[in-house]
Design a protein around this ligand. Structure first.
Ligand code: RIB
Ligand code: CA
Length: 308
């Protein structure tokens, strides 16, 4: 049974790899992509989503959303993803245009139009999701599931306490975790173990045009800390939706710090919470070899279609 998904993202290198997986997986039906400002500007994240979809032949609607966080000034990550957000990718400009309307409208209309059928995945700042919830709180109870790449039970990457997607818009994240649904939080605790090391790059490098024009140039220059092998954060969240056995998750209560001078954007995670207090399933383990096998199983046939 394929899962119908909406992917909210801020492409971004790892977002791009997640889009490829979402479009290529037989377990997923990618109904639409919504974009948000994050790694780079909204215009650039939207353009990048369109470029990637066009390159892989995915006729998926791309609807832009919020160009800035709810309250705060934007923070971006060009130093990690490059000025255009897809460092090194050799993809032509998209010929397709974004959809009219706002991402939050697309999310509300699609979820309410198929009650219980849609899995919403967010792999960028949560501004679009928070806006959609604020306008239509019912979506928290009408999705089949809601999964994010973001946060962490143990550390940050923008600060010692905060992970980028949460740090960008803590107020939005607080709204999201308080909406009444269960948030599956795929955070740094597992994504920092999904490293595209030399062995992985060797496997990806054999995929022809998909590798030559996107995967290898992007991964070659991408690393959170600028030195180690790159962690493909967002790909973990999408692969988890397609194959839930890849990650192990624990129930918890997650509160988002919005006021701390040193801890703003921290996802304060309490694994001792009772079921009644719980609002999250927090990923704590990942089967790394099985994860990369799943990625190659999805990328291989898609790459073959590109190589003609
Ligand atoms: O901290 C990693 C997250 O921030 C990923 O989603 C990456 O794309 C950036 O948005
Ligand atoms: Ca992202």
């Amino acid at each position: 049974m394929t899962k119908k998904i909406i992917l909210d993202c801020d492409p971004g290198i790892d977002d791009a790899l997640a889009i490829v997986y979402a479009a290529g997986s037989a377990e997923l039906e990618l109904l639409g992509i919504t974009t948000v400002a994050g790694n780079v500007s909204l215009d650039q994240t939207t353009s990048n989503a369109l470029r990637v979809c066009e390159f892989i032949g995915a006729a998926v609607p791309v609807t832009p959303g919020c160009a800035a966080p709810l309250l705060r000034s934007p923070i971006t990550a060009e130093h990690v993803h490059g000025a255009d957000g897809l460092r090194g990718a050799r993809l032509p400009p998209a010929s397709r245009r974004p959809q009219p309307g706002h991402a939050s409208d697309f999310i509300i209309e699609t979820v309410l139009g198929a009650p219980g059928d849609i899995t919403l995945i967010a792999i960028g700042p949560l501004t679009n999701i928070a806006l959609a919830l604020s306008r239509e709180p019912r979506i928290a109870f009408e999705v089949q599931d809601f999964v994010i790449m973001g946060g962490s039970a143990t550390r940050g990457n923008v600060t010692p306490a905060a992970e980028f997607n949460i740090a960008c818009d803590p107020e939005a994240a607080s709204i999201v975790f308080s909406a009444g649904w269960t948030v599956t939080m795929v955070g740094l605790d597992v994504t920092l173990r999904a490293l595209a090391d030399q062995e992985v790059l060797g496997r990806l490098g054999a995929l022809g045009a998909l590798a030559d024009l996107l995967l290898v140039p992007c991964l070659g220059g991408y690393a959170d800390d600028g030195i180690g092998p790159p962690a493909v954060h967002d790909l973990c969240a999408v692969a988890h939706v397609a194959r839930p056995g890849l990650l192990g998750c624990q129930p918890a209560r997650v509160e988002v710090e919005t006021a701390g001078r040193w801890t703003s954007g921290m996802t304060v995670t309490d694994f001792r919470a009772s079921p009644a207090e719980g609002n999250a399933l927090v990923a704590t383990t990942i089967d790394v070899p099985a994860f990369w096998d799943a990625v190659l199983e999805v990328y291989g046939p898609l790459a073959g279609s590109l190589n003609g």
